[in-house]
Design a protein. Structure first.
Length: 91
């Protein structure tokens, strides 16, 4: 699918390498999808009743940035995690 031999993936690559390979493959496909979006939009534009742009006509995953609701742990939560995973220094 992405041009890497199955044996290479199974025997020589770690999870991080596989993830990087898939990200690179997805990135290489963007140009093709952008062309598809422009062609589809230009084909449909004369028949659309309201004005839209190509991005709103055919949104693609990389058009919007995902906002993560990640909040830092409080000191109490951090201490609780240290105890849970036994990360405290002994003596």
């Amino acid at each position: 699918m992405i041009g890497i031999d199955r044996d290479t993936v199974l025997r020589n690559m770690c999870a991080r390498d596989i993830q990087s390979a898939f990200k690179a493959y997805e990135f290489s496909q963007r140009e093709s999808w952008e062309q598809t979006r422009i062609l589809a939009f230009n084909t449909a534009a004369p028949y659309l009743k309201k004005e839209v742009n190509a991005k709103s006509f055919l949104p693609l995953p990389w058009d919007t940035k995902i906002k993560a609701d990640v909040k830092p742990h409080t000191r109490e939560e951090f201490e609780k995690l240290k105890k849970l995973y036994k990360l405290e220094k002994n003596g």
